[in-house]
Design a protein around this ligand. Structure first.
Ligand code: UDP
Length: 312
């Protein structure tokens, strides 16, 4: 008989994975973490390494696995545009085949499955803020499409499994998230700006900096993921912080909070970079009784402290 685990976390060495695993372990639950160690880091989980409830297997979700699990948290996939565009075909395969492998496992053991979808399913949105029924504005031939279309297809696959096999599925559309355990080399804006500011190197704004994002502190996001797994709702839920800020203002805030001498410099905007992004979280508020409560100011301070220890 296959070994039993209450939780399987795929991509468990990544930024969200390690934060989620620590929370589950702290609640006394056991966790099987699988990760192919491509962008995730063993070092992220070192404080849990000796915890008897923590189990790790180096494994790629492209290959099936067989463990008797109760809940699957399917997070495995590079999420930074820098990383997911490096090998776009592998990104698309990881999303599609990886999700199917996890859905098959969920079917076999009648497990509940949550998949990490993304605000990227809305593409370069033309309505603002974005609600879950918005169909999005996407391109098929963009460098971002492997991820954008991949995540849409992953959602669609979940509904096929739900219809055909009556699976309990949960779809979390995760908006920009930041906080401790982000990799310094992640390539996304918060980690880039903090690292650059702490090293007094130029802060690199792509484009004119007028594009906006809405950043959710990881602790808030993990709470929302857990509530999503536990609720009875199976349609997609936007999870994020609706406080919206321009990238230029973010750069100024990071510079200010780090008391940095960095210059702010302007580099070309990457292809198809969304101009605005902000979640409408009405559904999450109603269904999960959740809303983020850590402000960007506070969250940045906590993240800067984390990065200070990493850089020094
Ligand atoms: N960005 C930037 N400088 C950086 C990294 C990113 O100005 O060093 C911009 C990027 O062009 C985008 C926004 O910050 O407009 C958020 O980018 P990120 O890669 O963090 O995530 P995205 O929301 O695009 O998936």
């Amino acid at each position: 008989m296959s070994k039993y685990f209450k939780n399987l976390v795929t991509g468990g060495l990544g930024f969200l994975g390690t934060n989620l695993i620590n929370k589950l372990l702290n609640s006394g639950e056991n966790v099987l973490c699988i990760d192919n160690c491509s962008t995730g880091q063993i070092e992220n989980i070192k404080e849990s390494w000796d915890n008897k409830s923590f189990h790790f297997i180096k494994h790629d979700v492209l290959d099936p696995i067989d463990f008797n699990v109760e809940r699957i948290w399917h997070l495995a996939c590079p999420a930074s545009p820098l990383h997911y565009q490096l090998d776009p075909v592998n990104t698309a395969r990881t999303i599609f085949i990886g999700t199917e492998n996890m859905l098959r496992l969920a079917k076999k053991y009648d497990a509940r499955i949550l998949i990490a979808s993304s605000s990227e399913v809305y593409g370069n949105p033309t309505i603002h803020p974005q609600h879950e029924d918005y169909k999005g504005n996407i391109k098929i031939n963009s460098k971002r499409s492997c991820y954008v279309v991949g995540k849409r297809f992953a959602e669609s696959l979940c509904y096929d499994y739900q219809r055909m096999h009556n699976l309990e599925i949960k779809i979390a559309r995760i908006f920009n998230t930041y906080g401790p355990k982000m990799s310094i080399k992640d390539g996304r804006v918060v980690s880039n700006f903090i690292t650059q500011a702490l090293k007094n190197e130029p802060i690199t704004i792509y484009g004119d900096g007028k594009q906006t994002r809405s950043f959710c502190f990881v602790e808030d996001l993990i709470e929302a993921l857990i509530k999503t797994m536990e609720c009875d709702y199976s349609n997609p839920l936007n999870l994020g912080n609706p406080f919206e800020i321009s990238i230029l203002d973010l750069a100024k805030m990071v510079k200010d909070k780090t008391s940095s001498d960095s210059k702010i410099v302007f580099n070309p905007l990457p292809e198809d970079d969304p101009l605005k992004r902000c979640p409408n979280i009405k559904k999450a508020k109603e269904i999960l009784k959740w809303e983020p409560n850590i402000s960007l100011e506070k969250g940045l301070e906590l993240t800067i402290n984390y990065f200070k220890n990493k850089i020094n």
